[in-house]
Design a protein around this ligand. Structure first.
Ligand SMILES: NC(=O)C1=CN([C@@H]2O[C@H](COP(=O)(O)OP(=O)(O)OC[C@H]3O[C@@H](n4cnc5c(N)ncnc54)[C@H](O)[C@@H]3O)[C@@H](O)[C@H]2O)C=CC1
Ligand SMILES: O=C(O)C(=O)COP(=O)(O)O
Length: 528
């Protein structure tokens, strides 16, 4: 697998990629040399970027082998998600790895701007000892308005409370409990926050809704002398409106880490004395970059192996501990799904998944994705993964229905999959024992206790003497070793079903011979 790294990540991250067996090319010019990037990207299975490389539709059209986009950092506004999802490209990021650095940089900008530290430093470095013109303001007793009380906003909130600030926040998408947890007063409307705040710090993602959310209208409502900080994304505070509000004396100072267009050395904000600007340094600390580099390397490798990754942006959000407890269920889900196309041929109309017992309490949407991945893998191979599995089902006109039951019969947990076709319904069920051991416990009404293995033979036969012996003889003659065997019978129908796990692949000729045994209704070789 080949990985291209187009922006600086920690050496530890590159090493981690290489140590996992990846072939890694590092070329930092490619984040700006577009033509060259578009030319070479077809050679790579994964790309690792930061905030400069534009990963958009044009890029995807050239990236014909790409499976993973790794964003070594938090914001993914430079990565078009729809184009990735429809191609089954997994986008992973490291949202937790640089939050402390970004919060500390926001606070640094806030203090440095309201105490004129960079300006005064510039003076004295030019050998001017001048103490006039740099008078600042205190933070204690002032109101800080935080827009976006997420990971970084909440870190800034709690830290600034220790400076004696009153903290209010506007974030319509989080619960009252989260405001309470951080001792922050909730503002129902952005304008209420703007009217009341002495300092405003932005911590939202860049979205259609947030872009330009602090503009001329907001500055008109703001307290005269308000001070602003933007260490989130350029343009959330409208740059033209900020320039105007500063010239009019509405905004006393601004600390800015991000601009609409980056890299940028021509912004009008650069000409205003009371604006201090850093070139997108929020995540640039030793700790954050080591953290980001190593985390993204592990995530890219896992995603390339087709594993579920905690920080996949175009998949349901999972935390590490959730993923750990889900892992066995994901594996079981794939096994259950994989059985269908290896045992049946009919086109699927609907897939029903019924979760019962303990598993019903989990993030089952991800297990359903694992089942869908399993269903399509035997016919689509590597073109199906967690990201595009539900899109594939939708495009094939297959409806997917999930339901949950608290009662679970004989099992602590059970996943039942009903695959509905025009004329019949194929049913398979499985369970997890002792938190990690998968078992197939039912196929089409036949009960089993089968440990899924890489190679299995599944037979339907008339329930009469000699079936097992004849199969065993044919397998032995073709040097296939039988590892385990289970038979389940339906007395009424006088039919039985056999699951044999074998140590090697079974040749087509042997399968044909078994299929010709009198009494064998159906024989299939299943690979998991
Ligand atoms: N300057 C830098 O180097 C860095 C910048 N960032 C940026 O910081 C920002 C915040 O990152 P996190 O705290 O990790 O994100 P987060 O997702 O944890 O929090 C964002 C919060 O904004 C809220 N929000 C969304 N739309 C909103 C709206 N219209 N009005 C009010 N609130 C809204 C969300 O509900 C959420 O609580 C992002 O833009 C990220 O890209 C992150 C790391 C480094
Ligand atoms: O992680 C983020 O969202 C950042 O803004 C940091 O961006 P960078 O990786 O420094 O280009």
């Amino acid at each position: 697998m080949k990985v291209l790294v187009t922006e600086k990540i920690a050496d530890k991250g590159i090493e981690a990629l290489k140590n996992s067996g990846m072939e890694v090319d590092v070329d930092f010019q490619l984040c700006v040399e577009r033509e060259r990037l578009l030319d070479v990207i077809k050679n790579y299975d994964a790309i690792v970027v930061r905030s400069v490389t534009k990963v958009n539709e044009e890029f995807y059209q050239h990236a014909t082998n790409l499976k993973v986009v790794g964003r070594a950092g938090n914001g993914v506004d430079n990565i078009e998600m729809e184009g990735a999802t429809k191609r089954g490209i997994i986008v992973v990021n490291t949202p937790e790895a640089n939050t402390v650095s970004a919060a500390e940089h926001s606070i640094g900008l806030l203090i440095a701007s309201c105490r004129n530290i960079p300006q005064a430093n510039g003076f004295i470095k030019n050998r001017n000892w001048d103490r006039s013109g740099f008078k600042g303001v205190e933070l204690q007793g002032k109101t800080l308005g935080i827009v976006g009380l997420g990971r970084i906003g909440s870190l800034v909130a709690t830290r600034m409370q220790s400076f004696g600030m009153k903290v209010v926040a506007y974030d319509p998408y989080i619960t009252e409990e989260r405001f309470k947890k951080f001792g922050v007063e909730k503002k129902e409307k952005l304008e209420d926050l703007v009217k009341e705040s002495d300092f405003i710090s932005i911590h939202t993602p860049k979205t259609e809704e947030t872009f330009g959310m602090i503009g001329e209208k907001e500055f008109k409502l703001a307290k005269k002398g308000v001070r602003v900080v933007n260490c989130a994304r350029g343009g959330i505070i409208c740059e033209d409106a900020l320039v105007k509000a500063m010239k009019e004396g509405i905004v006393a100072s601004a600390g800015i880490d991000v601009l609409v267009d980056e890299p940028n050395t021509t912004s009008p904000l650069l000409d205003i004395d009371n604006v201090i600007i850093t070139p997108h340094l929020g995540a640039d600390t030793v700790e954050a970059q080591d953290n980001v580099g190593v985390t993204i390397a592990h995530e890219v490798v896992s995603a390339l192996k087709g594993e579920m990754v905690p920080n996949a942006v175009n998949l349901p959000t999972l935390h590490h501990h959730e993923l750990e407890s889900l892992q066995s269920y994901l594996e079981l889900g794939e096994v259950l799904g994989k059985l269908y196309h290896q045992l049946e041929r009919d086109a699927i109309q609907k897939i029903e998944v019924i979760y019962s017992g303990a598993v019903a309490e989990m993030e089952t949407s991800v297990i359903t994705l694992a089942i869908l991945k399993g269903v399509f893998e035997p016919i689509l191979k590597e073109r199906v993964n967690y990201v595009n599995a539900s899109l594939i089902a939708k495009n094939r006109g297959i409806s997917v229905v999930e339901s949950k039951e608290t009662v679970n019969g004989n099992y602590m947990n059970k996943i039942r999959v009903n695959i509905v076709t025009k004329d019949k319904t194929f049913t398979v069920a499985g369970t997890i024992f002792a938190k990690k051991d998968a078992r197939i416990v039912e196929v089409n009404g036949f009960e089993f206790d089968v440990i899924p293995m890489p190679y299995m033979l599944v037979a339907n036969n008339h329930d009469k003497p000699g079936m097992i012996g004849q199969m065993g003889t044919l397998l032995g003659a073709s040097k296939v070793n039988i590892a385990t065997m289970q038979v389940s019978r339906n007395f009424k129908a006088k039919e039985a079903m056999m699951f044999l796990t074998v140590d090697s692949e079974v040749a087509k000729e042997t399968l044909n011979l078994i299929g010709n045994i009198d009494g064998i209704i159906k024989i299939n070789f299943v690979k998991l």
